[in-house]
Design a protein around this ligand. Structure first.
Ligand code: SF4
Length: 447
């Protein structure tokens, strides 16, 4: 735990770093950088100037992305993203860290929990997945029924007590249309009940119709996860039971319903570097960047087609490169270091946080595969000076509301309450205990 003095230095270094990063990446002198903490347009914008050509129509020069570091753009070309991706790793991480500090608190990492509410028996044939019925015999995983609502609620309570602020529920379905209305109603009830705990709620249930997305929003869903997995051209190697366009259609329904979009991919499916670029390009050129971009490392499960191939698992450097590229091209999104952390050392993960990762999954299980030990995660975070992100702290890429209780004012109030609680914890353990501002509600000595 950092002392108050330590926190002051961290805050100061963040300001200086953001300003220095802004200056270095735009070629301005350091003497003028103090006025440039916010991202600035690369060119003066003057429509009245004769011959003015809008920036979007100008041919982009190599390295142009550096002059626009931190600016949100949806007009990325694949060549530009290739250039970002191929930047020498330490330089790439340096630039990504600068972009990260322009928009995010680099000390704050969200801890999320992922629960499989309906395991196995999925009619889709994603080659990396242990839950597909296509190879259930080889994997040895039996299809289970939808979990009991009380059990899901209790799992969410335990997750909250352990410090998770986002609870994600996954069902091995092609989509809710595959199941009866009663099961669907139960899922909506799960969303309502978890939301009532004051947690952000995410689901990953397969393909959605616009009506199903609307119902989820009304139930209080914060975010919907639907990964693109890989590049459009490699997708056919990963699954044949649906098309890339189907994924994009669901993402559109989610966005239209006003639910926060969570879409990313998996590294280590046997794809090449150009597929990693293609995935990030696809995400970065959506009409709006996903608010969350999970970057997963394949967890190869014996019995699945990709478990048999003996593929090389992605290295920490591979993960850091993908995260840094995602951070540079989608600077405001939450880049989530997701599945596959067990194969990464704490030093690998530190590199990923430096490159711009904002969150991890907490708990010993991710759907059907093992996850990192919570105590080891907390120790790592402590060593790196990271703190847990409170629920409903507004996301810089947008924090889509669902209902009155999700209004921006309510979200801010909830975030302030969470922060006051964590301030209290800091004050209580600090030798120079400052007041927690709770006016006697806590035991920090401010009665
Ligand atoms: S990844 Fe999802 S859709 Fe694909 S087989 Fe697994 S559970 Fe089904």
């Amino acid at each position: 735990m950092l002392s108050q003095q330590g926190r002051r230095w961290v805050d100061l270094s963040r300001v200086v770093y953001a300003q220095l990063g802004s200056a270095l990446t735009r070629g301005v002198s350091t003497s003028s950088c103090l006025a440039r903490a916010e991202p600035q347009p690369a060119e003066p914008y003057d429509l009245a100037t004769p011959g003015f050509v809008p920036a979007a129509e100008l041919p982009r020069s190599p390295g142009g992305w550096l002059r626009e570091l931190g600016i949100v753009r949806s007009d990325w070309t694949r060549e530009e993203i290739t250039e970002v991706f191929e930047t020498p790793l330490l330089d790439l991480i340096f630039h990504a860290a600068a972009a990260h500090r322009m928009h995010h608190d680099p000390q704050m990492v969200q801890r999320c929990t992922l629960l499989s509410i309906k395991t196995g028996g999925c009619p889709e044939n994603c080659k990396y997945c242990a839950q597909s019925s296509s190879w259930s015999k080889e994997v040895g995983l039996k299809a289970e029924r939808l979990m009991n609502n009380d059990d899901v609620y209790e799992a969410a309570v335990r997750a909250k007590e352990s410090g998770s602020t986002r609870f994600c529920m996954g069902a091995a379905w092609r989509g809710p249309s595959q199941v009866g209305g009663r099961q669907w109603e139960r899922v909506l009830d799960m969303v309502r009940r978890v939301r009532s705990l004051g947690m952000e709620v995410c689901t990953t249930l397969g393909m959605l119709t616009p009506e199903q997305a609307r119902q989820l929003r009304e139930a209080g869903l914060s975010a919907y996860n639907h990964n693109l997995d890989t590049s459009p051209e490699y997708y056919g190697q990963i699954t044949t039971s649906r098309k890339y366009e189907d994924r994009l259609t669901t993402l559109e329904a989610v966005r239209e319903a006003g639910i926060s979009v969570c879409a990313g991919g998996i590294i280590g499916l046997g794809e090449g570097p150009s597929d990693r670029v293609g995935l990030i390009h696809q995400l970065a050129t959506l009409p709006a960047h996903p608010e969350s971009v999970p970057i997963n490392a394949l967890v190869a499960v014996a019995g699945t087609p990709l478990g048999k191939d003996g593929l090389e698992p992605p290295t920490g450097f591979d993960m850091a490169r993908c995260i840094a590229t995602a951070r540079v091209v989608m600077p405001k999104s939450m880049v989530r270091l997701s599945a596959g952390r067990l194969s990464l050392t704490p030093s690998d993960q530190a590199l990923c946080f430096m490159a711009g990762a904002n969150s991890i999954f907490d708990g010993d299980k991710l759907l059907t595969t093992a996850n990192n030990d919570r105590n080891e995660d907390l120790e790592m975070m402590d060593q790196l000076g990271l703190s847990s992100r409170p629920a409903f702290l507004p996301y810089v890429a947008g924090n889509t509301s669902t209902g009155e209780e999700h209004s921006p004012a309510a979200a801010l109030a909830a975030a302030e309450a969470e922060l006051a609680a964590s301030t209290h914890q800091l004050a209580a353990v600090s030798s120079d205990s400052a007041c927690c501002g709770s006016q006697g509600q806590h035991r920090c000595g401010c009665h």
